[in-house]
Design a protein around this ligand. Structure first.
Ligand code: ADQ
Length: 489
């Protein structure tokens, strides 16, 4: 808190992310319906004490006309949100192109785009240029709303140029950047044509944060190997200026889940599900339908388990809830058909006239339905091929106070570093190993389940999203910006 004219002022925080935490639907020429999405980041920041947060980002809609833009800006202001308007072409090149087709797969070790290599290579440059242009547009909006003393927290791989552009506007601005995905090994990062520019731009920040110590280490190695800078235990040094680099593992708002489980409607839903699956053990997968989530591998492992354990075939069911994302991208359409094909084959092979082993839903569930599902699950399967953290594993643990189910967790999810002692860790590529872990989990004695659950539950309920945000913001406040160092010298 700061004092101004005797009044205690809250620290102002500008949170900049590609997407605002709202969905906006146009109702008329100058009216908009807004719904705030209560995601992890929103509740994390609501819980941070003495901070007055504002959001800056794209509202997810194309608004070409000024009347619409003015009306949306006004409506968003009531939700403490400030829009960045991106046109369709920029969204195509920057968001679908450079962010989702280049950086996202690369940071998850899936390499640079393979198909149509020549065309892709030619469009690399235009996508990269659009990426920089979009970052500049975000920087312009931040700069318009920045007041002295504000701290600016930039989020994710969409905005790697933002720290550089902000510091160019104002070297005194306090800027933090946090990556929600993994940061890959420097050997992977160095394949990227724009590897150096991206690193240098991020280094303009005062504080750079990752989910795990490994990602932070990869980033520092990339800076030392690719840029020839010096890595120190504190971060990266360039000509006497230190960029602090550290791990800040995210968490969830575990109380929100606990409260939901107490609601009569949720309890009723839990009872219904318990009766519906009374004669079966319930296994659960909840993922965005994305290649990094390892959904085909998970389903194939379940098939192998059924193949090798005929006595379990009518005693277990896998509920796989997969929200479609990026549905206009051909790779994602292919993944959807692949998953449908495998599920169909397995249900045809092991189903009966009255029951199937896999229930696959291509959709999102509302929060209360999700909590009820987590609560009735015996074994959760999180088999991401790579995942920055993976909050589904945390959410499952938070809802298992009574049941004490087992978490099977990919060793390539950041969550493996925090929930590893309680979960059964697996290599998701090794279908034989995952199938064996399913068997182990389903047969696990109650005392072992209890012990493993206790470990994870203690972690999830004490390392919350609020703690994460508070730690990041307080560490950002503690960094000394370059401009201040210069004035002191
Ligand atoms: P995501 O890749 O989106 O996030 P994750 O951390 O698992 O992955 O979060 C997904 C969220 O969406 C969870 O809150 C989950 O409940 C919800 N969700 C998923 N499927 C759903 C469904 N079918 N219905 C309803 N809700 C569903 C990125 C990174 C992660 C990192 C987070 C936070 O990829 O690694 O953990 O950011 O930093």
């Amino acid at each position: 808190c700061k004092r101004s004219n005797g009044k205690v002022m809250k620290q102002r925080l500008l949170v900049v992310a590609n997407r605002l935490p709202v969905s906006a639907v146009r109702q008329g020429e100058d009216s908009w319906a807004l719904e705030i999405s209560a995601g992890g980041l929103v509740s994390a920041l609501l819980g941070v004490k003495d901070v007055d947060a504002k959001w800056i980002g794209w509202a997810g809609v194309n608004v070409p006309d000024e009347v619409g833009q003015r009306a949306l800006t006004k409506a968003l202001a009531e939700k403490r949100c400030i829009p960045v308007f991106l046109d369709e072409e920029i969204v195509h090149q920057y968001y679908n192109g450079y962010c989702n087709n280049v950086l996202w797969p690369l940071f998850h070790y899936l390499g640079l785009p393979q198909e149509d290599r020549l065309a892709t290579t030619r469009s690399f440059q235009s996508q990269f240029d659009a990426y920089k242009r979009a970052n500049q547009m975000f920087a312009d909006v931040v700069n318009q709303h920045y007041q002295e003393g504000d701290v600016v927290w930039c989020h994710d791989y969409h905005l790697m140029f933002l720290p550089k552009y902000l510091k160019e506007y104002n070297s005194k601005m306090k800027v933090g950047w946090f990556l929600h995905t993994p940061f890959p090994s420097s050997e992977i990062h160095r394949t990227l044509p724009s590897r150096s520019e991206l690193l240098r731009s991020v280094l303009a920040a005062d504080l750079v944060g990752f989910h795990t110590y490994d990602y932070a280490r990869h980033f520092v190695s990339a800076c030392t190997r690719i840029l020839g800078l010096e890595g120190t235990p504190e971060g990266v040094e360039d000509q006497g200026r230190l960029t602090r680099v550290a791990a800040f593992p995210i968490g969830i708002d575990s109380d929100r889940f606990k409260r939901a489980l107490e609601l009569p409607a949720v309890k009723e839903h839990i009872n219904e599900l318990t009766q519906r699956f009374a004669d079966r053990k319930v296994m659960l997968g909840v993922d965005r339908l994305d290649m990094i989530k390892g959904i085909p591998q998970k389903i194939l492992a379940f098939e192998k388990f059924l193949e090798e354990n005929p006595t379990w075939r009518d005693k277990v069911v896998l509920l796989q809830i997969a929200v479609p994302t990026r549905t206009d991208v051909p790779e994602y359409q292919k993944l959807t058909s692949q998953v449908h094909e495998i599920v169909g084959r397995i249900n045809g092979r092991f189903g009966t006239l009255t029951a199937v082993p896999i229930h696959h839903l291509d959709r999102s569930l509302d929060f209360h339905a999700l909590c009820a599902l987590y609560a009735v699950t015996d074994v959760a399967l999180v088999t991401s091929l790579r995942d920055g953290m993976n909050l589904v594993s945390y959410e499952f643990v938070a809802c298992q106070g009574e049941k004490k189910g087992v978490l099977i967790l990919s060793e390539f999810a950041g969550a493996a570093q925090s929930l590893g002692a309680g979960a059964l860790l697996v290599n998701p590529w090794n279908i034989t190993e995952v199938a064996a872990s399913i068997g182990y989990a389903l047969n696990m004695p109650a005392d072992e389940r209890e012990k493993r659950h206790r470990h994870n539950y203690a972690h999830v309920t004490t390392h919350t999203a609020q703690d994460w945000a508070e730690t990041f913001v307080s560490e950002l406040n503690d960094t000394v910006v370059e401009a201040q160092i210069r004035t002191r010298q």
